[in-house]
Design a protein around this ligand. Structure first.
Ligand SMILES: [Ca+2]
Ligand SMILES: [Ca+2]
Length: 182
């Protein structure tokens, strides 16, 4: 890694400096680089080839499959992004930040949501308690971590693992979605 920056994802998908408006700037010398983005509870993604970066600014659009992305192998189990209605997106549901989205099995991301919801603010330990705030269990980024009930965050993990991944044709609960970074 040559350089990295903390940045802010805006609601429309733009990634900007943490001042909320400026383009993300790096201090590395002008040249061509692989560009990757990582997120606190999504799987990271990287361009398949080096992108020329200069002071004039370069747009890298990870929302379109036309932007080639790196995959460990071309096997169906290695998918760098999920196909969504708007194009392609980062795989959501990496609540336990370990480069994998897991619905069922060891180090699954679902139990982590339960643990966060059943934390000290939830005095009765209710499974349908709505935990407001900035937590990795908030998979859909609506400001609420929900384990059970309407708009729960677990369902996104379930759908990504069992329905949305081309490498899991039989819809197995224990399929592991792996981050596609070198
Ligand atoms: Ca994980
Ligand atoms: Ca949520």
């Amino acid at each position: 890694m040559v350089d990295s920056r903390p940045a802010l994802v805006q609601r429309d998908g733009d990634i900007v400096e943490i001042d909320g408006t400026s383009a993300v700037a790096f201090s590395a010398v002008q040249g061509s680089y692989y560009v990757s983005v990582k997120h606190r509870n999504h799987l990271g993604v990287m361009t398949a080839s080096a992108v020329p970066l200069s002071v004039t600014g370069t747009s890298v659009d990870f929302r379109t499959s036309a932007t080639g992305t790196y995959r460990v192998t071309t096997s169906a189990i290695n998918q760098s992004q999920v196909t969504v209605a708007q194009g392609v997106a980062l795989w959501g549901g990496n609540v336990v930040y370990d480069k994998s989205v897991i619905y069922q099995g060891t180090t699954n991301d679902v139990s982590a949501i339960a643990n966060q919801v059943k934390g000290p603010l939830n005095l009765t330990g209710a499974a349908n308690y709505i935990l407001n705030g900035y937590y990795t269990g908030d998979v859909n980024l609506d400001g609420r971590t929900i384990y059970q009930g309407n708009s729960n965050d677990v369902n996104y993990i379930y759908l990504n693992v069992t329905k949305n991944h081309p490498g899991n044709a039989t819809g197995q609960n224990f399929f592991v979605i792996k981050e596609q970074l070198p």
